[in-house]
Write a protein that binds this ligand. Sequence first.
Ligand SMILES: O=P(O)(O)OC[C@H]1O[C@H](O)[C@H](O)[C@@H](O)[C@@H]1O
Ligand SMILES: [Fe+2]
Length: 200
Amino acid sequence: MDFMKDNYGAASALAPFAVYFSLHNGRSDTRASLRRHLSNMKGMYADDHALSLMLEQEDVLLYEFHELGIPESPGNLAFGTSIVYPGKIGEEYFMTKGHFHTILDTAEVYYCIGGKGLMLMENPEGEWEVQEFTPGRAVYVPGRYAHRSINTGTEPLITFYVFRADAGHDYGSIETRGFRKIAVERDGKPALVDNPKWHA
Ligand SMILES: O=P(O)(O)OC[C@H]1O[C@H](O)[C@H](O)[C@@H](O)[C@@H]1O
Ligand SMILES: [Fe+2]
């Protein structure tokens, strides 16, 4: 993303600018997206066997997001769109990795543009929360909460996000033990159940 940093010049001294994101598919034609495939999510779904079977067929694109490379200074805002594709691994819906912010007490807002899903949140004290994503709903993720977007629908889940640019991403405990809850399909409907891999 260095080429984008060059466009911005000196950190924390941004000139006004605008970016177009499609309301239809969330994509920007002028900015690159970062993509996460099945192979980037090994061990993060409850059903490892289902993941490896799927991977033998194809390294499916699970989600992508536009990250603009805004300089990470406290006065700046990082923003972009996130697109989680529909699908399941075993009975678990496609989702983002999820992360805490390195500066734990920094919040984030997600505005749903399209699709259907959940924002799953959990703080270090073990309190967890979930909010629904449907077009037009803005979800406020307070500081201290790890957050993961989950697509429980049949169309791409498209959100626009904004957070303090120096917040940082902390994947550590999410990558090793996950969230306390996972979102699975039960009787054709989404349900939150205990994560069998979670441990204290
Ligand atoms: O970083 P992940 O948990 O894989 O999620 C992917 C991305 O999702 C959203 O768009 C967030 O605002 C980004 O900061 C994040 O990096
Ligand atoms: Fe975040």
